[in-house]
Design a protein around this ligand. Structure first.
Ligand code: NBG
Length: 813
């Protein structure tokens, strides 16, 4: 059967739905699934009844997608990721099934607002930041395109911590998304694998057998991910750890009540918490266990599926692609070699070659402290057979490349980057600049040996969530102008370009932006107690707090601006609301200081009658996907101010441009490509380039020189040191000011002056609101390339050699 024949016949469409039938279904679920009635139902009951009603319409296309994949004997893509930052799913599903209007009317008939109901859903924060959110966008695009795929990860009981502030300081509390009901998971007790750790390796007859000392069970939980128009659905399969023996009755009977449950507790620890840090790793042993746990379960699951269809292992690379999202699943290399060689008897060289043909690896950072390494001692202890295989893989590589300068081990550690590189047939960076820097820095030696291996796949974002669903008013305006083809073919936004010169369109576009700003202001006033004037410029920096992302550059400029306004309040100023949001890793002291400083500046500035109405600083706590969905459509200015060479790509930058925020940014990550596409005249560039950054660090006393040359910067630093933002208490923020005056590795001082210049240009530009709107329209019109559909098509063509099967394949066929 040809693939084309499969696609139309087997993916059934669901029956037409009306508001009336939808309402009936919600009531039926309320009664029969939730066991309550409209008189007693709580918001959560309604939300669950609604979710079940929507879910009913996902299951058929989901099954049909699986059937079509089997029938077409299609290649499957397995996306292995420690993180999936999926956020809420209900609205996504409603939007992708085209049920928005129906659901809206049906819920209104029941006396409820759809918007209120969907926000009751817990926000699944199974990720830290960009890497995890990218994985979630990719899953949605894979379904929209109709590429047979599965996401594999860990079903953390506690996702990323909840953030609150106590007198401006970050406080962390455990996140508990699983405590609240949701309707998306299907438990699969039949899909369970035993995952071992430790123990010994025995050699017999040239064959090695690993006997682990302990083991846990990995149990699968499936969430369907429905693509645009419900044409295709893939699965996110998350593994939960449970003990081999639930409960030790003998110990219990001996009176050892705590001990009887100890094994259970120890096993469950593996899927208990997401590591709240995406740049450095602590708790090494548990972290490595987590990595092996989900990687091993996923590989076995995929091989089981392969075995059910084929009996020739040489077909494996033609039917299976494993994408390693960063090095967290890099143990997949040795594990797949072990499964093929030890368990199935494939000769070692063949096993390595076969594994490599199936595996590819995405690098997401060049920060040295974020490149994973595991001590050989720990590896030997937890994964003795893998340690042996890593040595073999290293030796084979050394023999094949006698001139090599690299090894997979160094300083007593296994280097996971080089291991992932060596075991992958393709290695990709996530923006053009990042990919070039990978070739020149971290992987320079390996790149010399394997010049074809590194490829670029610039990140993207799903327009279904980040425009259609997050910004309905702008979406409607776009659809009215150019039709709805843009939703799954985002480059059609280019057809908006001529409308940048249409005064009527600009006015409507500006209205849509204003509406979102007013909505955000309302939310901030009620939920966060901050007054913001929607007429002011909304200037937004939202992302993890990190020195390289330079929230401290932004707050220094804020302080300098505050001082300048106070000096001359009657000069021409452009009213601004500076919005910051984001979490700091709990153990990252410096980042937590930055949060404290921003909140302290906010307290002083917001209480100052002189600058009132001209400058406001807001820091909504607990940044997550749902908050991003509110903030991004309401932004006028997008702050992308990382030290050049440090931000691998950024994806928030794309979401902002798509929603018509102008960027103030450095030539870093995907900013470079955004600027190329939206046009240099519609982008506010400042700062040193990556090369200049490297050179500047060699200038002795570079920070001091920059401070001396810029009285504004000197004065802002001085105000911090004098206790202006800490009730006169000096030294509260001295870590920050000392750092900036001292080594200033991230070159805050050296980039300050140019940043200030760009910001004042921005002030002036914003005063001509119509010209600003024109630039905003052009940002939207020219951001089509940043769809994750484009990115996924790139991976499919260049890395996975996978083809779409679903009806999403239509346009490609
Ligand atoms: C992050 C980078 C971002 C990038 C995302 C997604 C990690 C380790 N890296 O710049 O910092 O956009 O990955 O690729 O989280």
């Amino acid at each position: 059967m040809t693939l084309a024949a499969v696609q139309l016949d087997t993916v059934t469409s669901t029956e037409p739905v009306t508001a009336q039938s939808f309402r009936t279904d919600v009531l039926r679920h309320l009664k029969y699934t939730l066991g309550t009635d409209p008189g007693h139902a709580q918001l959560t009951d309604w939300r669950m009844a609604l979710a079940h009603t929507v879910r009913d319409r996902i299951v058929d296309p989901w099954f049909a997608s699986t059937r079509a994949t089997y029938a077409g004997q299609a290649k499957r893509v397995y996306y292995l990721s420690m993180e999936f930052l999926i956020g809420r799913l209900l609205e996504d599903a409603i939007v992708n099934l085209g049920l928005m209007d129906v659901a809206d009317v049906a819920m209104a008939d029941l006396g409820l607002s759809l918007a209120d109901v969907v926000v009751d859903e817990p926000d699944a924060a199974l990720g830290n930041g960009g890497l995890g959110r990218l994985a979630a966008c990719f899953l949605e695009s894979l379904s929209t395109i109709g590429c047979p795929a599965m996401g594999y990860g860990i079903r953390y009981e506690h996702g990323l911590f909840k953030q609150s502030f106590d007198r401006g300081r970050q406080v962390e509390a455990p996140e508990d998304w699983l405590q609240r009901p949701h309707a998306w998971e299907f438990e699969r007790p039949e899909a369970a694998f035993q995952i071992g750790f430790g123990g010994t390796v025995a050699e017999a007859g040239g064959r090695s057998t690993w006997s682990p000392a302990e083991a846990v069970i990995a149990e699968a939980f499936d969430t369907p991910i429905i693509g645009w128009k419900g044409r295709w659905a893939n699965t996110l399969r998350l593994w939960s750890a449970r003990p081999m023996n639930l409960f030790d009755l003998d110990r219990f009977n001996r009176g050892e009540y705590a001990g009887a449950a100890a094994d259970e507790a120890a096993a469950r620890t593996i899927s208990r918490v997401l590591y709240p840090d995406d740049t450095t790793h602590d708790g090494k042993r548990l972290r490595l266990k987590q990595e092996y746990f989900f990687t091993a379960a996923s590989l076995r699951d995929a091989l089981r599926r392969f075995d059910s269809e084929y009996d020739d292992l040489s077909l494996l690379p033609h039917k299976v692609a494993f994408q390693l999202n960063d090095t967290h699943p890099a143990i997949a290399g040795p594990e797949l070699v072990r499964l093929l060689h030890d368990d199935r008897g494939m000769p070692l060289d063949d096993a390595i070659a076969t594994a490599r043909a199936c595996l590819s690896y995405t690098n997401h950072t060049l920060l040295p402290e974020a490149l994973e390494r595991w001590s050989e001692g720990l590896m030997n202890d937890l994964l003795p057979r893998h340690m042996q295989l890593i040595e073999r893989i290293d030796a084979v590589h050394a023999a094949a490349h006698p001139s090599r300068n690299v090894t997979l081990r160094g300083g007593g550690d296994v280097l996971m980057g080089p291991l992932a590189f060596t075991m992958a047939h393709k290695v990709n960076g996530v923006s053009a600049l990042h990919t070039d820097l990978m070739k020149e820095t971290v992987f320079a030696d390996l790149h010399r040996l394997h010049p074809e291996r590194i490829v670029n796949q610039t990140n993207g974002v799903t327009p279904r969530r980040w425009l259609l669903s997050a910004n309905p008013r702008l979406s409607t305006l776009i659809t009215d102008a150019i039709g709805d083809g843009w939703i799954d073919d985002l480059e059609q936004l280019a057809r908006l370009e001529p409308m940048a010169d249409d005064a009527g369109f600009r006015a409507a576009y500006a209205d849509a932006k204003h509406e979102k700003k007013a909505e955000l202001a309302g939310f901030m006033a009620t939920a966060r107690g901050v007054e913001m004037d929607p007429a002011a410029m909304f200037d937004v920096q939202i992302k993890r707090i990190h020195e390289y992302k330079r929230q401290h550059l932004n707050i220094l400029e804020t302080i300098a601006l505050w001082q300048a306004i106070r000096d001359d309040p009657h000069a021409t100023w452009t009213p601004r609301v500076k919005i910051f949001s984001g979490k700091a890793a709990p153990g990252y002291f410096f980042a937590k200081q930055i949060i404290h400083l921003i909140n302290s500046v906010a307290r002083v500035v917001n209480a100052d009658p002189v600058t009132a109405g001209l400058l406001t600083v807001a820091y909504p706590a607990n940044y997550n996907v749902s908050l991003a969905e509110r903030l991004i459509p309401a932004a006028d200015l997008s702050e992308q101010v990382s030290t050049a060479g440090k931000e691998a790509s950024g994806t928030g930058n794309m979401k902002f441009a798509l929603n018509g925020a102008l960027t103030v940014g450095t030539l870093d990550g995907a900013n470079v490509e955004i600027r190329e596409r939206v046009g240099a005249e519609n982008f506010f560039l400042f700062g040193m380039t990556a090369d200049e950054v490297v050179a500047r660090r060699d200038v002795p006393g570079h920070a001091g020189k920059a401070i001396e040359a810029d009285p504004r910067l000197a004065r802002a630093l001085q105000a911090i040191d004098e206790g202006t933002f800490s009730d006169g208490d000096q030294g509260v923020f001295s870590d920050i000011t000392r750092n900036i005056r001292g080594t200033d590795h991230f070159l805050v001082a050296s980039d300050f002056t140019d940043y200030w210049r760009a910001q004042r240009e921005i002030d002036a530009a914003y005063r001509d609101r119509d010209a600003w709107t024109r630039m905003a329209v052009l940002n939207t019109a020219r951001s089509g390339w940043f769809s994750s559909d484009r990115t996924i098509r790139g991976y499919m063509a260049d890395i996975w050699h996978a083809v779409p099967v679903g009806r999403g394949a239509h346009r490609d066929a």
